[in-house]
Ligand binder design. Sequence first.
Ligand code: AMP
Ligand code: ZN
Length: 147
Amino acid sequence: METARCIFCEIAQGSLPAAIVYRDSDAVAFLDTNPLFPGHVLLCPRQHHATLPDLPVQLAGPLFTTTQLLAKAVESAMQAEGTFIAINNRVSQTVPHLHIHIVPRKRRDGLKGFFWPRQLYADDAAREAARKAIESEIQKLQANTEP
Ligand code: AMP
Ligand code: ZN
């Protein structure tokens, strides 16, 4: 059976060119070809996992540590005032190999209103229903992972 091509696996393996900024045994990071701003980096685990929830838990800590390193480096290198760190999971995800966007930010750079159309809860009951539903899912997930 033919497996689907994954461009980020190919970049991690070196068979597809990319502007690599960082590599280690677990992850690779490279410039996004269509950046929100110059210096926009994508960090990928070398292993193919589609979304953050799919990532084995032992890889999550090291990947987040590398995210910290890249956030500092991108901010300094691009003379930015901060960074935006984001992961699309399925919705709006155009490459189904987990990747963390590390985007340099400056105040009044124009990204804010574009990204965050906010909503209000209809009322206190709606907010409490959402809070309870998430809390209950967390408890179920924790019960399933406990030995
Ligand atoms: P997302 O929409 O969150 O899945 O992000 C995918 C990102 O990958 C987009 O920002 C694209 O611009 C970027 N991208 C797609 N192909 C490549 C590539 N070959 N090298 C670097 N970045 C890429
Ligand atoms: Zn892949």
